[in-house]
Ligand binder design. Structure first.
Ligand SMILES: *Cc1c(COP(=O)(O)O)cnc(C)c1O
Length: 584
């Protein structure tokens, strides 16, 4: 078993009775923090994707949602925090006709979302100067700084080893670093949210050397202040860039010849994976769940296996949990005012009755219905559900390892399971642009559903999955299904939204779910996919019966919350990062 290989002591230290930010700092080591972090010297968080619709930025999935949640949590916790990201002037929306998905491109105007134009910075690409606009949105403790230009393209446009991606990544790293300086900020910490942000650390290193620091000292300094957060499991799957691409896009932006030499020595046969050099420039390395840090298979240039510190993702609970449920958590002293989980959750959760669960879920159903008013299903039909309808949902990107089609492998059985309780099945998740295999699977699945009278009227695909649908479904459905192939989900956060909103979770033991015990939720497992499928149907029957029985409903919801609230809390996540960055 992998059990003990990199097993970390992973204890949560809930903060009790935090009166104000000063006390919070004290609890996590004020000395270190005030020395290191200040409004002029903030925690900087670099991300190629930010999913924050309220602020006009649309991402692709969990990586971007996590970035938005992290900033919102930092804002509430009073941590000086700056998020640096590209602003893509176009975004993609998806529609569906006769089972075929189509991408639509929409222009976005940052002025509409409260950003102000600061000035511009230049980066060098292919013997030319590229002018990037620097835009900024300030909050009380945090800000979003973005770099953009009219031809920036869309998020994840082109292939991952392409010139255009490298251009976007170089713009974020070198352009973003210049933007920070323009605004008068110095990074206390550089957190690299995946390797596409690598060039931010190179810009830092280059500045230090250019200012006269000895090269090796500068490497050590940069390493000590850089955290690489890995979300991917397999290094082998990562795209490579060539030395020739670096000569055109990267080296012209580096002033120090020592830094250029250092980088060019890392190429093997003229090619490089950004992860292998990110590992070198970041002493601090984290993975996004306990299981992920154990299975992530990364090696440094010397061939040694890389150790990642487990800091499981969390969510900004205010953004994702129904206000009535948040009031309950606060009143019952389950979460403190910073949404940090308190002690004795099991005892406190005894106050949660089936009646309260049902009332909260009825509220959630109204929230869902409101969303569905303007989000018709794949047939163009506007759906509305009564409190008595039982709803299953499956909502996440339509990619193979998440197995969105698993429940549809045995249509007869699926129909029988759903029909017995008159249940509905809502499916949401965008297909990656250009992923013809998964687009085909979705089409096939929807065609198969058409062949059955019951399924036709009870299975609905909701196109253009986004934050609004994620929130509506978490709030309003009774049970959610999360069945990634075990070992392939780094963390996942949709299931956290469901659990926090009193939904019952049917899941494989993977990603952040595996931070809990196998009995914390309705587990799906088996020796092969057929066994898993069989268990999935059983679990679906089980949750529908549980919902009809007060005792069973209370038991299952409480059990999920006891184990998972400490994981779900975004405040806990940020505290874990601060503890790791500034050990006391
Ligand atoms: C929460 C959320 C995600 C996260 O998805 P996972 O598959 O759980 O990682 C992705 N997209 C949107 C729109 C979300 O709201």
């Amino acid at each position: 078993m992998m059990e003990n290989e990199f097993e970390e002591e992973f204890i949560y230290h809930p903060l009790e009775n935090i009166e104000d930010v000063d006390l919070f700092y004290e609890a996590i080591g004020r000395e270190h923090l005030t020395k290191a972090i200040s409004p002029e010297r903030p925690y900087t968080y670099w991300t190629i994707e930010l999913y924050d619709q309220q602020n006009g930025l649309r991402g692709g999935g969990g990586l971007g949602v996590l970035a938005a949640d992290t900033r919102r949590v930092a804002e509430k916790m009073g941590v000086p925090f700056v998020l640096i990201t590209p602003f893509y002037p176009h975004e993609t929306h998806q529609t569906i006709h006769d089972g075929v998905v189509y991408d639509e491109h929409v222009d976005v105007d940052y002025h509409k979302f409260g950003f102000r134009l600061v000035d511009s910075v230049n980066i060098k690409c292919c013997d030319a100067l590229c002018k990037l606009e620097v835009i900024e949105k300030k909050f009380a403790n945090t800000r979003i700084i973005a770099v953009t230009e009219p031809n920036f393209g869309e998020l994840y446009s082109d292939t991952s080893g392409s010139d255009h991606r490298l251009y976007q990544e170089v713009s974020l790293g070198f352009g973003g670093y210049a933007a920070l300086k323009l605004i008068g900020l110095k990074p206390a910490i550089i957190q690299l949210n995946e390797v596409a942000t690598f060039f931010a650390a190179v810009a830092r290193l280059d500045e230090l050397v250019h200012n006269g620091m000895d090269f090796y000292e500068a490497v050590v300094y940069t390493r000590k202040h850089t955290l690489y957060t890995n979300h991917t499991l397999v290094q082998a799957a990562e795209a490579e860039f060539t030395l020739e691409q670096f000569e055109r896009y990267v080296f012209p932006n580096i002033k120090s010849s020592a830094v250029r030499r250092w980088l060019s020595e890392k190429f093997e046969h003229g090619r490089i994976k950004l992860s292998s050099i990110t590992i070198e420039i970041a002493e601090l390395k984290s993975g996004v769940s306990k299981l992920h840090t154990r299975v992530a298979n990364y090696h440094d240039v010397a061939g040694n296996k890389v150790k990642f510190k487990a800091i499981t993702n969390g969510i900004d609970m205010d953004a994702w949990v129904l206000p009535g449920i948040m009031s309950f958590y606060h009143q019952a002293q389950i979460l403190d005012e910073r949404d940090m989980p308190l002690d004795d959750l099991d005892i406190k959760l005894e106050a949660l009755s089936a009646m309260e669960i049902r009332l909260a879920k009825n509220n959630g159903r109204r929230v869902l219905n409101k969303v569905l008013e303007h989000r018709p299903d794949h047939r163009g039909q506007v759906l509305q559900f009564s409190d008595d309808d039982f709803i299953f949902d499956f909502k996440r990107r339509f990619v193979d390892y998440k197995r969105p089609d698993l429940p549809f492998r045995d249509l007869e059985r699926l129909r029988a399971v759903l029909e017995e309780h008159g249940a509905h099945y809502l499916l949401a998740g965008r297909v990656h642009t250009g992923d013809h295999v998964m687009a085909g699977k979705l089409k096939h699945l929807l065609e198969a559903v058409e062949t059955d009278d019951y399924l036709r009227s009870h299975v609905h695909y909701l196109p253009d999955y986004d934050e609004e649908l994620a929130y509506g479904l978490s709030a309003g459905s009774n049970a959610s299904i999360n069945v990634p192939i075990v070992g392939l989900e780094a963390c996942g956060t949709s299931w956290m939204k469901d659990v926090a909103n009193f939904g019952l979770l049917i899941s494989t033991h993977d990603g952040g779910v595996a931070d809990g015990s196998i009995n914390a939720y309705l587990n799906v497992s088996g020796a092969d996919e057929n066994e898993e499928l069989n268990m999935l149907y059983q679990r679906m029957e089980e949750v529908m019966s549980a919902w009809e029985n007060d005792f069973d409903l209370e038991t299952l919801v409480r059990r999920q919350l006891v184990e998972f609230l400490p994981v779900i809390s975004g405040a806990r996540m940020l505290k874990d990062y601060l503890d790791y960055l500034f050990p006391i």
